[in-house]
Ligand binder design. Structure first.
Ligand code: NAD
Length: 479
């Protein structure tokens, strides 16, 4: 069984007041590792390390080129160890090894680091000029300082990279807390960070639960908190952060609509709807969750989607051709299953799935399609975070926009049509941070990812993410 301590000052640290916590493989329920549930004193030690590292300038005062080279080296190291990390990720989350961990998460995480390495050297937006007679003004982009970064369990390593990449590019120092159940790949990153030449104290990694997160958010030396997690946690963190007036960067829940007009190719709609509602077992904040189909195409699209869902192969990490693994935990399995049970009881029609799968252990749930016409139904309004797609019908373009927007969330949406004018109008009117036209989910390192409404604010990925970890300082010089 693997055992990890806390990663502070580029070394494994014994806990001060933390306790041992056990980590399981959701595909079997077996315990695979022991890590530390950091206590308040441990969080404080990590923040002190980041604070010292920030104020002596060992990272923030390096040239952009030096920071960039270290990030590039970290990307090379991650690439060299990708199978090892992908295995650790699959064992801790149940993700299919070939299809998700090694095939999707690792190459994207490595590319994200290479992008942030390049972004560290970007000079865009650094202005100097004379805005008052006799004075020159300079706009300096300063790193925010010590940042507390709190990650979710659905893409543990990739979320760690989305957090540390832009913060390091900006010159910040970091205390990073992975989600309680999925800390392994993030803790493993510590040794690569040291090997890449990133100085001690610049990235500190503390495994732990919500209390450790709370202690991090309360700490007066932490200048900014970046969370990827649920909307409820985002609200709590924002309230706590108000006491010390910290900046907050919140990537929260989603409930993506997938809007299909009757001029669309049914086969591509079915293939992408089934893929993107079941990828990572639907535990994706941008997953397709609400399929709205225009009346004329409803029968064909519904039949094709159900057929495509039937073809989704569910299984354990290393089985051949598996595309969908278990849910992350027993708690999540109960949560998803009770959502579907309530939807059925409220009149939703389950066309396929709607049940737990007995695979001899582990937390498996079947790919599920629920037909529901009531826009206010819980299954349409709430984030399920499982392989569950609802299908509802609409008539006009206005209906599509109204229904698509009618949830608290605003992270991502897609629309499917061959009419370019309609695609442009509707992408303008949808209140979501990303709108895909004739596809769903593709992401790139260069393009911003973040929410509208109760999906939060601040961007991950892209130059905007780096800028979120900077503060502009105006220096004015009398000539
Ligand atoms: P969660 O909110 O339960 O936990 C997220 C993290 O916050 C964990 O590390 C947890 O320990 C920590 N935390 C919880 N309470 C805290 C508190 N009071 N103070 C400080 N930290 C606290 O979320 P989860 O269940 O791990 O992840 C699933 C959620 O994440 C979903 O809602 C999903 O939509 C969202 N998500 C969003 C994005 C995005 O980019 N917007 C990406 C992935 C996941």
């Amino acid at each position: 069984m693997k055992q990890f301590k806390l990663w502070i000052n580029n070394a494994w640290a014994d806990p001060i007041d933390g306790k041992v916590m056990r980590i399981e493989d959701p595909a079997t329920g077996n315990i695979i590792a022991e890590v530390i549930d950091a206590g308040r004193a441990d969080v404080n030690a990590a923040v002190q390390a980041a604070h010292t590292a920030f104020y002596d300038g060992r990272w923030s005062r390096l040239t952009p080129k030096e920071r960039s080279l270290a990030l590039w080296k970290l990307a090379d190291l991650l690439d060299a160890h990708k199978e090892e990390f992908a295995r650790a990720e699959s064992d801790n989350t149940g993700k299919p090894y070939s299809f998700v961990s090694l095939g999707a998460d690792m190459p994207f995480a490595i590319d994200n680091l290479r992008y942030f390495s390049a972004a560290a050297r970007d000079t865009h937006g650094n202005n100097a000029g004379e805005y008052a007679a006799g004075y020159t003004s300079i706009f300096r982009k300063e790193p925010v300082g010590v940042v507390g970064q709190i990650a979710p369990w659905n893409y543990p390593l990739m979320m760690a990279i989305w957090k540390i990449g832009p913060a390091l590019a900006a010159g910040c120092t970091i205390v990073l807390k992975p989600a309680p159940g999925t800390p392994i790949s993030t803790l493993m990153l510590g040794e690569l960070i040291a090997e890449a030449g990133i100085p001690e104290g610049v990235v500190n990694i503390i495994s732990g639960g919500n209390d450790a997160g709370q202690a991090l958010v309360e700490h007066p030396y932490v200048r900014m908190v970046s969370l990827t997690g649920s909307t409820a946690t985002g609200k709590k963190i924002m309230r706590t952060a108000a006491d010390t007036l910290k900046r907050v960067h919140l990537e929260l829940g989603g409930k993506a609509p997938f809007i299909v007009f009757d001029d669309t190719d049914v086969a591509s709609v079915a293939a992408i709807a089934s893929l993107t509602s079941t990828f990572n077992t639907g535990q994706d904040c941008t997953a397709a969750t609400r399929l709205y189909v225009q009346k004329g195409a409803a029968k064909d699209v519904t039949e094709a989607v159900v057929e495509a869902m039937r073809g989704v192969k569910v299984g354990r990490q290393y089985e051949d051709d598996v595309v969908m693994g278990p849910l992350i935990s027993g708690v999540q399995l109960e949560r998803v299953s009770s959502f579907v049970d309530r939807a059925r009881a409220a009149g939703g029609k389950v066309l396929i799935g709607g049940e737990k799968l007995d695979m001899g252990g582990g937390y498996f749930y079947a790919p599920t399609v629920v037909v529901e016409q009531d826009q206010q139904a819980e299954i349409i309004q709430s984030e399920v975070f499982g392989p569950v797609l609802t299908i509802s019908e609409f008539e006009s373009d206005d209906d599509a926009v109204r229904l698509g927007n009618n949830v608290l969330y605003g992270l991502a949406a897609s629309l499917w049509t061959n009419d370019i004018g309609r695609a442009m109008r509707i992408s303008r009117d949808l209140e979501f941070g990303t709108v895909w036209i004739n596809d769903h989910i593709p992401l790139t390192s260069e393009t911003p990812h973040g929410g509208f409404k109760q999906s939060g604010f601040g961007k991950d990925l892209s130059a905007e993410a780096v800028n979120d970890y900077r503060i502009t300082k105006h220096v004015m010089i009398k000539l």
